[in-house]
Design a protein around this ligand. Structure first.
Ligand code: FAD
Length: 799
C-alpha cells in the first residue's frame, strides 16, 4: 500500500513524458526513495518470518516455478516491483504508465487548451483531423456502435459462454460498424485514410493523452483486437448488471427473445446466407428505388446491364458469406466429429474438388488458394500461420524443406489421435506424406488439464493455436490446457493440411499380417489400410502391430498414485475459488488438516479451473486411501478401488477447498498408478526385407507415451512427446518413397535401417530429459525450436 501511495503521490512529477524532455535528475532521487520503501518491507517480512535473505531467494526460485493462476498475478506484481527497484528504466516506464489513464476511464473533456497539466491534453491538429474526430464522436454509425454495446453487453457476463461462436460473430459486427463509422467520419472531414494513418504514427507517443485520440482508440482497439473487444463488452456487461431492476427486465426480455430466435434458427448455412443476401438485396432495392427518383432516366440496355452486374455481385456476395460461415463453423466446431463434418461441408462448396494450383501441390495450398479470397483478415489468420510454417526455411538438405515434400508417395498410418500422434501427423503431412490417423474413441472427452512447457506453447502458437483459441497462452504463470482442447486444436490443423482422420475406429494387426481398421460397432466391416510406415502413438500398453516385437524397460519403484477429479463448471458457482498448487513441505498445516478432517493423506494437490470443469489432481498415499475406505489395504491394486468411496472422498476434498456441492461430477473420479513407467528400447524399427507381408508396414516408429511413459506431474508427457514426434519426423524426412519400394520388393532395407540407427541418438537424450535438468540438454532459445534436432538439443550431445 505504501508503494501504491508513493506512485500515486509522485505520478504527476513525470509530466515531461510530454514534449519538454526527460528529467532524470528529478526522477533518480524518487527512484531511490521507492527502492528504500520496497527494501524496508522486504526486511520486515524476513524478520517476521525469521528467514535469511539467501533462504528467501531460494524459496522465490522454487515458488516461481510452481506458482499459477491468480497467485501468479500477485507474484508477477512482486517481481515487477523488484525489477523496478533494480532497474531505473523499468521504474520510469511504470511511473509514466501510472500517470496515463486507462483506455475508457478518462474524465470528461475540458475546454480545448494547450496546457500540459492534468492527465489529458488537446493536441494542435489540422482542421481536417479535428473535423474527423468531431464527426467520429457524433455520426449515426457511432451511435449505432454505442447501441450495439448496450444491447449485447449482458451476453458477455456469462463466463461459461467464453469464446462462444456468438461472441465472435458479434465481434465481427462491431468491426463492421466501426468501419462504417470511421469511413463516414473520414468522408465528412475530407480526410484520406493515409493522412489519418500518418497522423497516428506521428502522435504515437501521445496517443493516450489526448481526449480525441483516446475516444478514437476506445472503439478502434476493440474493433481490431478480439480480446480487447471481449474486455470492453465484459466491462459494459458488468456495469449494466449493477443497474439491477431495469436490467433484470431486459435480461428477461432477451431470454424470451433468444428463445424465439432459436425457434427460427435457419437449418443450414446456405439458408442463413440466403437470409443475409436477401437483406442485402432489400437494401440494394431500396437504394435503387431512391435512385429512380433521380434524373436522367437510363436506357433499357443500361438497366439490363446494371441488373446483370447486380445479380453477379449478389451471387459473389452470397458465395463469400457461405464460405465464411462454413469456415467459421469449422473453426468453432466443439469436437472431433463435428470438426470433420464442418470441414467436409466446407470442401463440399467446391463440388468438383478444389481447383489445382500447381502439379503435385499440397492439399493445403489448394485449400488456401480457394478459401482465402473469401475470408476476412481475422478468419484467414489460421491459414497465415499454417502457410508460414509450411514455407519456413531452416530445414537443411538432405532432409529438404516442408514444401519440397520429401515424403511424397509414402503412406503413413498413425495409431491414435492423442496429442502426440496428432502432432507427429502434422509434421509427416507437412513433409508431403499421405497420412491417416485412426482413433478408437468417438469423442475427445478427456477433461484433465496438462501443464505445458514454454517451447510447446510457442510451437502451438506457430501452428495457429491463438486463431483457434484466442486466449491460448495469454495468462500469467504456467500454461495449462485441457487435453481435449489440445487434441481438438491439433485435429483441426491436421484437417487443414489434408490428413485423413477418422474417429471411432480401432487399428490392429490382422492374422494375415495386414493392418486393418474396424469401427466401434461390431457389425462395422474390417478394412485393410495401405501402410509403409506405422506410427505407434496409442499411449502406454497399446500397440497396433505387436509382431514388431518391441521390448520395454520398466523404471521407478516408489509407490506413486494420482487421483483426478473433475467437477462441472456452472455459471456463477465456484468461480471465486482461486487456482492453487500446494506441496506438503510448503504447507504442512494445510495437509495436516486434510488428514485429520478427511483422512486425505496427500503429498500435493493442484486445483485448476478449466474451460469446462473444475480440475483437482493430487497424489494420495495408500494409507489415506485405506482410511477413506477406497482400498482394502496398502498396496492393493488400484483396479480394486471402491468407486463409490472414491467419489465421496473426492467430493469431500473439493468441498474442503470451497467448491459448491451443486457442481456435480463432470467425469468419474480416477486413480492412476505412475510408480512404474515403461520405456520402449528402440524408437524406430524396420520389419525386415519384404516387409510384413504384401501390405503391412515396413517401418514402425514409436512416439508419445507408447515410447516413454512420463512422470506427468513434471509436465513431461507433452514436452517429451512433442520432442519425440519432431525427432521421428526429422529422421523420416531423409527417406523417399523409393526407399520404401526397395524394401517392399525385398531389394534393400538399407535406407530404412540407417534412419532407425540415426533416430536412436536423439531418443537416448530424450529419455534423460526432466524438469530439473532440461538446461543440460535443451537449447535456451525455445522460440526457435523446429524440426531439425539441432534447433532444440545442445549440439555436442548430437555429435
Ligand atoms: C492425470 C494425468 C495428468 C497428466 N498431466 C500432465 C501434464 O500436466 N503435462 C503433461 O505434459 N502430461 C501430463 N499427463 C500425461 C499426458 O496426458 C500424456 O503424456 C499424453 O496424453 C500422451 O499423449 P499420446 O498422444 O502419446 O497418448 P494418449 O494421450 O494416451 O493418446 C493415445 C490415443 O490413442 C488411442 N488408441 C490407442 N490404441 C488405439 C488403436 N489400436 N486404434 C485407434 N486408436 C487407439 C487412444 O484412444 C488415445 O486417444 C498427464 C496424464 C494423466 C493421466
Amino acid at each position: 500500500r505504501e508503494l501504491a501511495a508513493f506512485s500515486a503521490a509522485h505520478a504527476s512529477s513525470f509530466t515531461s513524458y510530454l514534449p519538454g524532455g526527460e528529467c532524470d535528475h528529478r526522477w533518480q532521487p524518487l527512484h531511490a526513495e521507492y527502492r528504500e520503501i520496497f527494501e524496508k518491507h522486504v526486511q520486515r517480512f524476513l524478520a517476521r518470518e525469521s528467514m535469511k535473505e539467501q533462504e528467501f531467494l531460494a524459496l522465490t526460485r522454487r515458488y516461481s516455478k510452481n506458482v499459477c493462476g491468480e497467485e501468479a498475478e500477485e507474484w508477477g506484481n512482486f517481481v515487477r516491483q523488484l525489477t523496478m527497484c533494480e532497474d531505473f528504466s523499468h521504474f520510469l516506464e511504470f511511473m509514466k504508465s501510472q500517470e496515463a489513464p486507462g483506455l475508457s476511464s478518462g474524465p470528461s473533456p475540458p475546454e480545448p487548451s494547450s496546457s500540459t497539466s492534468g492527465q489529458h491534453q488537446h493536441l494542435d491538429v489540422s482542421d481536417e483531423m479535428a473535423a474527423f474526430f468531431r464527426c467520429l464522436q457524433h455520426n449515426t454509425a457511432r451511435q449505432a456502435l454505442a447501441d450495439f454495446v448496450l444491447t449485447h453487453a449482458l451476453e458477455f457476463v456469462v463466463r461459461s459462454k467464453e469464446h462462444r461462436h456468438e461472441w465472435y460473430l458479434l465481434y465481427q459486427e462491431f468491426g463492421r460498424l466501426f468501419e462504417q463509422s470511421a469511413s463516414a467520419a473520414l468522408e465528412e472531414a475530407g480526410l484520406s485514410l493515409e493522412s489519418l494513418a500518418s497522423f497516428m504514427v506521428q502522435t504515437l507517443p501521445y496517443l493516450e493523452r489526448s481526449y480525441e485520440i483516446q475516444d478514437f482508440l476506445d472503439v478502434c482497439v476493440p474493433a481490431e483486437d478480439y480480446l480487447s473487444f471481449v474486455d470492453l463488452m465484459k466491462g459494459a456487461g458488468a456495469a449494466a448488471l449493477e443497474g439491477s431492476a431495469e436490467v433484470q427486465g431486459s435480461m428477461q426480455e432477451r431470454a424470451e427473445l433468444e428463445a424465439g430466435e432459436q425457434q427460427q434458427l435457419p437449418g443450414s448455412i446456405s439458408t442463413h446466407a440466403q437470409a443475409q443476401a436477401q437483406t442485402h438485396a432489400g437494401e440494394q432495392l431500396a437504394a435503387n428505388a431512391h435512385e429512380q427518383e433521380m434524373p436522367p432516366a437510363e436506357s433499357q440496355e443500361e438497366v439490363g446491364q446494371r441488373s446483370a452486374e447486380f445479380l453477379a455481385e449478389l451471387s459473389a456476395l452470397e458465395r463469400t458469406q457461405v464460405v465464411r460461415l462454413a469456415f467459421r463453423d469449422f473453426l468453432d466446431a466443439p469436437d472431433a466429429e463435428p470438426a470433420m463434418v464442418c470441414f467436409h461441408q466446407l470442401l463440399g462448396l467446391w463440388p468438383g474438388g478444389l481447383p489445382h494450383t500447381s502439379p503435385g501441390s499440397l492439399f493445403f495450398s489448394e485449400l488456401n488458394a480457394a478459401v482465402r479470397p473469401e475470408l476476412d483478415r481475422r478468419l484467414s489468420g489460421i491459414l497465415d500461420c499454417v502457410e508460414r510454417r509450411l514455407t519456413e526455411k531452416g530445414v537443411a538438405a538432405p532432409h529438404g524443406r516442408y514444401c519440397a515434400g520429401p515424403l511424397a508417395g509414402v503412406h503413413c498410418v498413425v495409431c491414435g489421435a492423442g496429442p502426440v500422434g496428432l502432432r507427429a501427423a502434422i509434421e509427416l503431412r507437412a513433409l508431403g506424406a499421405e497420412v491417416s490417423v485412426f482413433e478408437k474413441r468417438r469423442q475427445f472427452s478427456r477433461l484433465n488439464r496438462l501443464k505445458l512447457w514454454e517451447w510447446v506453447k510457442f510451437d502451438l502458437i506457430g501452428w495457429g493455436a491463438r486463431q483457434l483459441m484466442p486466449k491460448f497462452g495469454a495468462s500469467a504463470g504456467h500454461l495449462h490446457i485441457g487435453i481435449r482442447q489440445l487434441q481438438l486444436l491439433l485435429w483441426k490443423i491436421c484437417l487443414l493440411l489434408g490428413v485423413n482422420v477418422q474417429v471411432g475406429v480401432e487399428l490392429f494387426e490382422a492374422p494375415d499380417s495386414v493392418l486393418v481398421v474396424r469401427g466401434a460397432d461390431s457389425d462395422h466391416p474390417v478394412t485393410v489400410v495401405p501402410c509403409d510406415l506405422l506410427l505407434e502413438a496409442g499411449g502406454p500398453n497399446s500397440l497396433a502391430w505387436p509382431s514388431a516385437g518391441l521390448s520395454f524397460d520398466v523404471t521407478g519403484t516408489a509407490q506413486a498414485t494420482g487421483l483426478v477429479a473433475n467437477f462441472e463448471r456452472r455459471p456463477g458457482l465456484g468461480e471465486e475459488l482461486k487456482e492453487f498448487s500446494w506441496a506438503r513441505q510448503f504447507n504442512r498445516e494445510l495437509f495436516a488438516r486434510l488428514q485429520s478432517e478427511l483422512h486425505a493423506d496427500l503429498e500435493n494437490i493442484v486445483y485448476l479451473r478449466g474451460e469446462e470443469a473444475h480440475y483437482f489432481v493430487m497424489t494420495p498415499r495408500h494409507q489415506g486411501l485405506v482410511a477413506a475406505g477406497i482400498l482394502a489395504a496398502v498396496g492393493s491394486p488400484l483396479s480394486s478401488a471402491s468407486k463409490e468411496a472414491l467419489q465421496v472422498h473426492a467430493r469431500a476434498i473439493a468441498s474442503f477447498f470451497g467448491l459448491p456441492e451443486a457442481c456435480g461430477f463432470a467425469a468419474p473420479t480416477q486413480l492412476f498408478d505412475f510408480s512404474k513407467r515403461r520405456s520402449c528400447r528402440v524408437a524406430m524399427q524396420t520389419l525386415g526385407p519384404g516387409g510384413s507381408g504384401s501390405g503391412g508396414p515396413l517401418l514402425v516408429a514409436v512416439v508419445g507415451d507408447a515410447l516413454l511413459e512420463p512422470f506427468w506431474p513434471e509436465g513431461l508427457g507433452i514436452t517429451r512427446g512433442f520432442l519425440g514426434a519432431l525427432d521421428s519426423a526429422w529422421e523420416l524426412s531423409s527417406l523417399r518413397a523409393a526407399d520404401f519400394e526397395a524394401a517392399r520388393s525385398g531389394q534393400s532395407t538399407g535406407a530404412l535401417e540407417a534412419a532407425c540407427r540415426a533416430r536412436e541418438k536423439a531418443c537416448k537424450l530424450l529419455k534423460q530429459i526432466g524438469a530439473a535438468n532440461q538446461n543440460q540438454y535443451l537449447l535456451a532459445d525455445d522460440r526457435a525450436y523446429g524440426l531439425d534436432p539441432r534447433t532444440r538439443y545442445k549440439h555436442h550431445l548430437l555429435a
